[in-house]
Ligand binder design. Structure first.
Ligand code: HEC
Length: 293
C-alpha cells in the first residue's frame, strides 16, 4: 500500500510546489495536471462497474483481490484529482462558466467520496466475502460510474466549451425537439444576453484562455489584454479591439482563425461558438470595461 501511494503523492506535490510561485502559467500547468489525473478515476470506476456487470450472478469471486487493488488506485487518483481541482478554484461569480465549474466541482467531490467508500468495501470484502458486502459494493460502484461520467462530461464542457459533446439525454432531447419549437437551434446565439456584462460574460473567457499569454507577465505578440487601454493600444499588429466593429477587430479575426496567422488561443481548443458570439457582441456594443465590481 505505501508503495502505491508514492507516485500519486508525487503527482500532487510537484504541481503544488510550482503553484507556490503563482501566476497564470502555473495555474495552467496545474490545470493540465488535473486534466491528466482525472482520466484515472474515470476509466477505473467504469472498469470496476463493468467487472461487476460481467460477474453479476457470482457473488464470491476469484477476482476480489484484483478488484480491491483497482478500487484503491481509483480512490487515490480521485482524491489527488479532487485536490488539484479544488486548488484551481474559479467558481465565483454568476456566469454560466462559473455555474458549470460549481456543478463539476460538487459532482467531483461526490465521486471521490463514493470512490473512497467503494475502496473500503472492496478491501473488507476481500478479507471475507459475504453476499451482503457484495450488494453494498455494487450499490456504490454503479452510481459511482454514473457520477464520474457526469463529472467528466461537465469537465469536458469546461475545457472545450459547453457544446463540445451533446450526449446527455436532455441535450439530445433539446437538439431533437427544442429546435421545432424555437426555430432552428443555433447554440451560438442561444441565450446570449441582451446586454453584455464584461465581468460576467467576457472576463471569465479571457481569464481562462487568453491572459496566460497576454497579461502583465507575458505579452506574446507584444499584446497585453488585461485592460481596455491595453487592448486599444494592441500589439505588433495594432489594436486588438475596435469598439463597435468586431469584424475588423484583430481579436475576432484571431479567435475565428481567419487569415494566415495562427488561431487563438494558440495551441488550444478553439472557443465555443457561443463564447465567440459573446465577445463579438461585447465589441460591437462598445467593448465596455467598467471598474471591477
Ligand atoms: C499559449 C499562448 C497563447 C494564448 C493562450 C493566447 N495567445 Fe494570442 N498570441 C500568442 C502568440 C505567441 C502570439 C504572437 C504570434 C502571432 O501573432 O501569432 C499571439 C498573438 C495574438 C494576437 C495578435 C497580436 C498582434 O498585435 O500581432 C491577438 C489579437 C491575440 N493573440 C489574441 C488572443 C486571444 C483573444 C486569446 C484568447 C482567446 C489568446 N490570444 C490566447 C500566444 C497565445
Amino acid at each position: 500500500m505505501p508503495r502505491l501511494l508514492l507516485p500519486f503523492l508525487l503527482l500532487l506535490v510537484i504541481p503544488a510546489t510550482l503553484m507556490a510561485g503563482d501566476g497564470p502559467s502555473m495555474v495552467a500547468l496545474f490545470g493540465r495536471a488535473h486534466v491528466v489525473m482525472v482520466h484515472f478515476p474515470v476509466a477505473l470506476l467504469m472498469l470496476l462497474a463493468l467487472i461487476e456487470v460481467l460477474r453479476w450472478r457470482r457473488t464470491a469471486g476469484s477476482m476480489d483481490q484484483t478488484v480491491a487493488l483497482i478500487a484503491v488506485v481509483t480512490a487515490l487518483s480521485s482524491i489527488v484529482a479532487m485536490i488539484q481541482g479544488l486548488m484551481l478554484g474559479g467558481d465565483d461569480g454568476e456566469s454560466d462558466y462559473a455555474k458549470l465549474v460549481w456543478l463539476h466541482k460538487w459532482l467531483g467531490i461526490a465521486t471521490t467520496l463514493v470512490a473512497c467508500a467503494v475502496a473500503v468495501v472492496a478491501l473488507r470484502r476481500q478479507l471475507g466475502d459475504t453476499i451482503g458486502l457484495t450488494r453494498i459494493y455494487r450499490a456504490l460502484v454503479l452510481p459511482g460510474a454514473v457520477l464520474v461520467s457526469l463529472t467528466g462530461h461537465y469537465g469536458g464542457a469546461l475545457v472545450h466549451g459547453e457544446n463540445h459533446l451533446r450526449i446527455m439525454p436532455w441535450e439530445i432531447w433539446q437538439d431533437l425537439f427544442g429546435a421545432k419549437q424555437n426555430g432552428p437551434l443555433d447554440p451560438a446565439h442561444a441565450d446570449i444576453p441582451d446586454k453584455i456584462d464584461f465581468w460576467r460574460d467576457i472576463d471569465p473567457i479571457f481569464k481562462r484562455v487568453c491572459y496566460e499569454c497576454h497579461d502583465a507577465k507575458e505579452q506574446k505578440g507584444e499584446l497585453r489584454m488585461d485592460s481596455r487601454e491595453a487592448q486599444l493600444k494592441g500589439g505588433e499588429g495594432g489594436p486588438s479591439i475596435i469598439p463597435g466593429d468586431s469584424a475588423k477587430s484583430l481579436t475576432m479575426i484571431r479567435i475565428r482563425g481567419e487569415g494566415d496567422d495562427p488561431r487563438m488561443p494558440k495551441k488550444k481548443p478553439p472557443l465555443s461558438e457561443r463564447e465567440i458570439a459573446l465577445i463579438a457582441k461585447w465589441i460591437d456594443t462598445g467593448a465596455e470595461w467598467p471598474a471591477k465590481p
